[in-house]
Structure formats: structure tokens, C-alpha cells
Design a protein around this ligand. Sequence first.
Ligand code: ATP
Ligand code: LTN
Length: 330
Amino acid sequence: MTQKKRIFSGMQPTGFLTLGNYLGAMRNWVALQDEYDCVYSVVDLHSLTVRNEAKDLRQRRLSLLAQYIACGLDPEKNILFMQSHVSAHAELCWILSCYTYMGELSRMTQFKEKAAKQQDNINAGLFTYPILMAADILLYQTDLVPVGEDQKQHLELSRDIAERFNGIYGNVFKVPEPYIPKVGARIMSLQDPGSKMSKSDENANSYILLLDPPETIMRKFKRAVTDSEAVIRYDVKNKPGVSNLMSIYSSVTGKTLEQIENEFEGKGYGDFKTAVGEAVVETLRPIQEEYNKLMESKDYLQDLMKKGAEAAGRIAGKTLSKVYRKIGLA
Ligand code: ATP
Ligand code: LTN
């Protein structure tokens, strides 16, 4: 039997999952779980780059694990775990930071964007964040990393670090490939269609959460920023708001952009927004039901977390030992 290829990916417990996280990444995680050997992490160490209350973080990371399962990840088929429970991540991160250049990190657009947003807390972790991400991926000898468009640059850096390390020490790491969806790779904010929908946005009207009640979802879509032309046409440059709603509608219904333009020919934004809202509500309904059930079984989630960390730790430990031997620390 040939070995299945490996997938690794993660999300930060910085808030509740948005429709952007779902359409850009999570949906692919679910779709790929049968074909690949998958390791999915709640990357709680990454979320320390913003300030958290301890009790909120503790709650959010468990909730994120429940959201993973509610979205359709089968805990029997996949390894699901907390990043901080496998110490190899932090250890490899340090080692790789000695093989990553300041110049490379300075070019990361996410660092620049986040630094601009949190000027009172431009911590060193925000700068070295992509090295921890490279460690996450490389520890598992990962073939494929399903993420949204915004993570492409970080993935390229992970590949560069892996190739540099392999160039010195021989074949230590598998060089990973990104896996980015054709539609939905970059869902934009409903209030500012020039920037991406983000779960840590302070304006709650800018995002749809997977756990938003139906009335909230309908209201947020009704308030979404569009334009004054009143024509449903895909044109990202001149009609970014409408184009974003069309991408969302296309992702959840499977209809092409052309079919959507035909469907709403002669109709106004009111009808269109209602249709988008209803399609999203229906997509999220089963996820919300499953989530509510899971959050009643915290012991089950805790147990899963423990088993996941053991399984992940075994794989990560092998790679870390190899790295230690290669560089002369063992
Ligand atoms: P934060 O607001 O804290 O920066 P985030 O919402 O950007 O968080 P992450 O946890 O950093 O989410 O990302 C999880 C995954 O979701 C990544 O694969 C990322 O590429 C994807 N993703 C995030 N936002 C979007 C979006 N608006 N459209 C498509 N994919 C997205
Ligand atoms: N940086 C990612 C989250 C992340 C990740 C990973 C994604 C951390 N480690 C490893 C894929 C693989 C983000 O979405 N902001």
C-alpha cells in the first residue's frame, strides 16, 4: 500500500471562525480528509502575538476545536491538536530562526499590515510569526498546506527555509506546496471590500461568523457596502462590494459568476443580498447544530485534545530528533 500524502494546516484562536476562514481554508480541509493523512492544529502560540485574557484564550481554543469538528473534520480520521501541547513547535522555531534572514521577514505583508494595526504592540513574535508557521509545517514532513490566498507568501518563505536547510544538511524536510481554492480564496470585509474579512476586525458588521444566528447573518448582508450602480456584475476594480458578495454566493451555491449575473439580471441589490444571506444561513445551519452539541461535551473535547497531542508529538518528535542530529545537538 502506498503511503497517503500528508496535509498540515492551522488557524489561530483569535476569535470565532468567519465565513472567510471557512470558504478560504476549512472547506478544503474537510474535502481533503479522506484522500490525505491530515494534521490540523489550533495554533494557540501564534495567537499570543495579540493580547489575550487567559480565561478567554482558554475558552476560545476549545471552542475552535469544536468548530473544526462541527465543520466536518472527523476526529477519527485526522489528528486534531493544540500547537502549544507539542513542544517541538517552539523548539524547531528557534532553530529555524537562525536560518531565516531579517530581510526575508521584513518583506512579509502580513507583518506590515498587523504592525500598522497594533502600533502599541509591535512585538518580536509578530515579526518571527512566519518562522513558527514554517516549523509547524516542516515538523510533519507536509506535502500540502490548504490555506487562503493571504498565506501564500508565508508558504513561500517556509519553502525557502526548508530548501536552505536541506541545502546544508541533506534531505531533512519535505518542501511543502500550497493548496489555495479557485473561488473563495480571499473573502473581503463586508464593510470595507478593499481589505480581507478577518475574525479579529473590531467592526462585527465586517464579518460573518460561522456561529452568527440567521437574523444576524441576514442583517449583516443587508448592511454590506455595495455601490450606487444597482447592477449585479463581477468587476472587482469598480464594484468590489458586489463582486465579493458574488464570490460568496458562488462559493456556497456552486453557481458560476455568469450564472449569477443572469439570475439577477434586472433585479436590485435588496433581492440579491437576501439570496446571498439565505444561501449562507442554509450552509451554516448544520455546522451550528453540531457545534452546540459538542460544546456540551467538554470532557470529550479535552480527551480528544490529549490524544491529538500524543499522535502529533510522535510525528513531530521524529523530525526534531533528525534536526538535532544533523546540526550537532545530538
Ligand atoms: P486574524 O484576524 O486573527 O488575523 P484570520 O481571520 O485572518 O485571523 P487565521 O487564523 O489567520 O484567520 O487564518 C486561518 C485560515 O483562514 C488561513 O488559511 C487563512 O488563509 C484563511 N483566511 C483568513 N481570512 C480569509 C479570508 N478573508 N478569505 C479567505 N481565506 C481566509
Ligand atoms: N499563519 C496562518 C495560521 C497558521 C498556519 C500554520 C497555516 C499557523 N501555522 C501552518 C497553515 C500551516 C494564518 O492563517 N494566519
